[in-house]
Design a protein. Structure first.
Length: 403
């Protein structure tokens, strides 16, 4: 068994925060560390002057391992190429001796159950936050096999993660296509007219709607969400009925269980109250309002969620109606009008512009095909994640080797 100090130098970030700006080099944040990946959208920017000041001790470079040593303990990610950044508060950095350790392997070793247990065993519980001692961190044990084995393990696990990332990119593009089509047809009203031309732009007839305070195409209806969707508001079962042993009914309390498209099973309940059916849209009705997933099994839903399905079986259309509302919620949040929660009346009364049935079917047919491809790749990712997480501890403790 090796120690961290034998394979890497350990650095910590600043103990203060520079002035944040709208653009510039990154001031990294521990919230950017997410299950082995670095999400730069959650980091701030700083000035060139502050960048020089805050990177005098260490400037993160490609292949450095970034980790949190206060709160969110156990999170880590590798520094990508071409990013100018300084370490954030409560963030540490490992700079490897490349003759002894491959950064990609060490990242997987860091995320493995064995090293996560080491972190737990060395966590200092404080009055306000839990933390790791940076001075003791070099002494933490970690299994580091010969370089050739490190390379094989990193390549195997990396190939699984690359496939997951590729599926996510394709899914994101398909979703953008469906959302763009929704906006073009049902917000701008430039759906194809009888001659295949954009309706509103080509002079299609519009009529003013007093409820929406805007014009809509002649013949279109404006309905409430409850008129087009079956809506079930969640209700939390008794706390003593919860378990993580798979006993009873699958239970989701809120959006904390959400994944890219499907929620991750974690809790079960022996006293289910409100149920969602497989295929229902799961909508977060408490901060953050508007986050969505799809139920891939019948499940109980808590008070942080609502379940929706289309009364006309136009679930593709309903899915992107709710995506459109999510954009509105996010815009209002950005403007400072924060939605802390959404009541049953709030949700039921949302106004939806509904096209004539023929156009609705055309749109639903198109996006249903997109959604089938998205669901297929998302299910494949669930299997890949299970495979990776099963292999990870076996590879890290030497029970399994790669030939």
């Amino acid at each position: 068994m090796t120690t961290i100090g034998e394979i890497a130098e350990v650095f910590d970030g600043p103990h203060a925060t520079p002035k944040k700006l709208p653009s510039g080099p990154y001031f990294l944040s521990i919230s950017s560390l997410n299950k082995g990946r670095l999400d730069l959208t959650k980091s701030a920017f700083l000035s060139e002057e502050d960048f020089k000041k805050w990177t005098k001790r260490i400037t993160p470079k490609e292949g450095d391992l970034l980790f949190s040593y206060e709160t969110r303990l156990g999170e880590a990610a590798l520094m990508p190429a071409g990013v100018r950044a300084c370490l954030g508060r409560r963030m540490g950095l490992l700079r490897f001796n490349k003759a002894k350790a491959i950064p990609e392997y060490v990242l997987y070793a860091y995320l493995s159950p064995a090293f996560q247990q080491t972190i737990k065993a060395n966590t200092l519980t404080g009055a306000t936050v839990d933390r790791l001692s940076i001075s003791e961190f070099p002494n933490f044990p970690i299994r580091i096999p010969p370089l050739e084995e490190q390379k094989k393990v990193a390549n195997l696990l990396g190939s699984i993660d690359k496939k997951i990332a590729l599926n996510n990119r394709i899914n994101a593009e398909l979703e953008v296509m469906a959302k763009t089509l929704y906006d073009y047809w049902f917000v701008q009203f430039d759906f194809p007219d009888a001659n295949g031309k954009p309706y509103k732009t080509s002079g299609g007839k519009m009529v003013y709607n007093a409820t929406l305070k805007r014009e809509v195409p002649v013949g279109w209806a404006v309905n409430t969400l409850s008129q087009i969707a079956n809506i079930t508001m969640g209700q939390s079962p008794a706390g003593e009925s919860y378990n993580e042993d798979g006993i009873g009914t699958l239970f989701f309390q809120g959006s904390t269980d959400f994944g890219w498209l499907f929620p991750t099973p974690r809790q079960y309940t022996t006293s289910p109250a409100r149920m969602a059916k497989k295929g229902d849209i799961l909508l977060s009705v408490r901060a953050p309002v508007g986050d969505m997933n799809i139920a891939n099994a019948d499940c109980c839903i808590g008070r942080g969620l609502a379940a929706l399905n289309s009364k006309s079986h136009s679930d593709g259309f309903l899915f992107y109606v709710m995506k459109y509302f999510k954009q509105i919620f996010d815009r209002r949040n950005a403007e400072g009008t924060t939605f802390g929660s959404m009541t049953k009346d709030d949700l039921h009364s949302l106004q939806v512009v509904c096209p004539e049935p023929g156009l609705l079917k055309r749109y639903d047919d198109i996006v249903s095909e997109y959604n089938k491809m998205i669901f297929s790749r998302s299910l494949e990712n669930q299997d890949l994640i299970k495979l990776r997480d099963w292999l990870l501890p076996l590879l890290m403790n030497g029970q399994v080797t790669v030939k």
